[in-house]
Design a protein around this ligand. Structure first.
Ligand code: HEC
Ligand code: HEC
Length: 317
């Protein structure tokens, strides 16, 4: 009897150990333990006119937060945001292929349906570290993995600008991601505990690397398999976007013949500023109207970086 007990105890321990190794090697522990996160602080970002202006530029142009976080008239070529609704949130119900209900929340300071009661640090942690004000892991369509690289001063600027938006009462459903993704995505958030210094933007290509990271070009222009970027296909297009704007495929932005080898700086700036490549209209799901408000220096830097991309053959579109 004693011996039997000993054997079963050993087997249970062996199974537990195997299971532990299995979990460690496959999905990791986060889906079970919950996301990595840090406690909130009571820091408050000082409201200055410089920060407000920089924040507006990031939210409306460089990072185009306003594209996802506002409703749009999606059937029009410039997909305008209805008057007074900037930052009031958007339900992605009409974008096909999402794993559940996905809602970019109302970022205006409305106390009931917006961010009025959230602290500055709750916003900061959500934006760069992927933890919502309520402590849950955010669905990484919110590009917090790229925003990790936002320097501290840019983060402060974004929050100062968001706080200045007129509060809009706009009740929306809550994001509800399907099983098992809602557990798996808990592995994505990563706390930031050290200062994030300004990026190296000493030449146009380096500046372009930073801008492309925070403007999320890659999120739409790199083909994905179950939401993960396909290796060696960086920026070669092929993602499908279907909704009220029609059915479009993102373009190959590499200098390969199947990409945009024929682009020059003038054509690129024109396309992003006007939403037309020569006579051909660019679909409104491509956020050109937001990026179009970027400075010449920023747009030229993005183009300089695109020219350095490895050519990838991919007949997208
Ligand atoms: C590609 C679309 C997209 C872009 C661009 C985007 N967001 Fe989001 N954001 C989302 C979605 C979707 C969610 C909801 C995720 C969830 O509920 O799991 C979200 C969530 C958030 C939250 C979390 C709210 C909470 O519950 O605590 C904040 C804050 C936020 N975004 C701010 C920003 C800011 C600031 C920017 C620009 C720097 C930005 N977002 C850009 C889609 C986007
Ligand atoms: C929300 C997804 C999305 C994001 C973000 C996005 N794009 Fe696009 N982009 C598209 C789609 C879809 C098309 C194809 C549009 C069409 O066929 O009309 C496109 C087309 C383009 C084109 C036109 C190529 C051609 O066929 O001539 C250029 C240039 C471009 N994008 C550059 C960028 C850059 C640079 C960024 C980042 C600053 C970016 N895009 C971010 C979805 C996106």
């Amino acid at each position: 009897m004693k011996r039997f007990l000993k054997i079963s105890l050993v087997s249970v321990l062996c199974i537990a150990a195997l299971l532990a190794v299995g979990i460690t090697l496959t999905i990791g522990w986060r889906p079970i333990l919950g996301p990595r996160s840090r406690p909130l602080t009571n820091r408050v970002f000082e409201r200055t006119p410089e920060r407000w202006a920089r924040g507006k530029y990031i939210v409306e142009n460089e990072a185009a937060c306003a594209d996802c976080h506002s409703p749009h008239e999606w059937t029009k070529h410039d997909a305008p945001i209805p008057l007074g609704m900037e930052g009031a949130g958007q339900d992605f119900a009409s974008l096909k292929g999402l794993p559940g209900t996905v809602v970019a929340p109302n970022l205006t300071p409305d106390p009931e349906t917006g961010t009025g009661t959230w602290s500055d640090d709750a916003l900061a942690r959500a934006i760069r570290e992927g933890i919502g004000h309520d402590g849950r892991a955010l669905f990484p369509m919110m590009p917090y993995e790229g925003y990790r690289h936002l320097p501290d001063e840019d983060l402060a600027s974004i929050i100062v600008f968001l706080r200045s938006l007129p509060p809009v009462r706009n009740p929306l459903p809550k994001t509800a991601i399907i099983f098992p993704l809602k557990y798996l995505m808990r592995s994505t958030p990563e706390p930031i505990t050290d200062p994030v210094p300004p990026p190296d933007i000493s030449d146009p290509v380096k500046r372009g690397v930073f801008l492309v990271t925070i403007s999320g070009c890659r999120d739409c222009h790199t083909p994905v398999d179950h939401g993960n970027p396909i290796p060696n296909m960086d920026m070669s297009g092929g993602q499908i976007f279907e909704g009220p704007w029609g059915r479009v495929v993102s373009a190959n932005l590499t200098p390969d013949p199947s990409g945009i080898p024929y682009y020059n700086e003038i054509l690129f700036l024109q396309a992003i500023r006007t939403g037309y490549v020569g006579q051909r209209p660019l679909n409104q799901i491509m956020p050109w109207r937001h990026y179009g408000g970027m400075t010449d220096e920023d747009l030229k830097a993005i183009f300089a970086y695109l020219k350095t991309l490895k050519p990838v053959h991919n007949l997208a579109g």
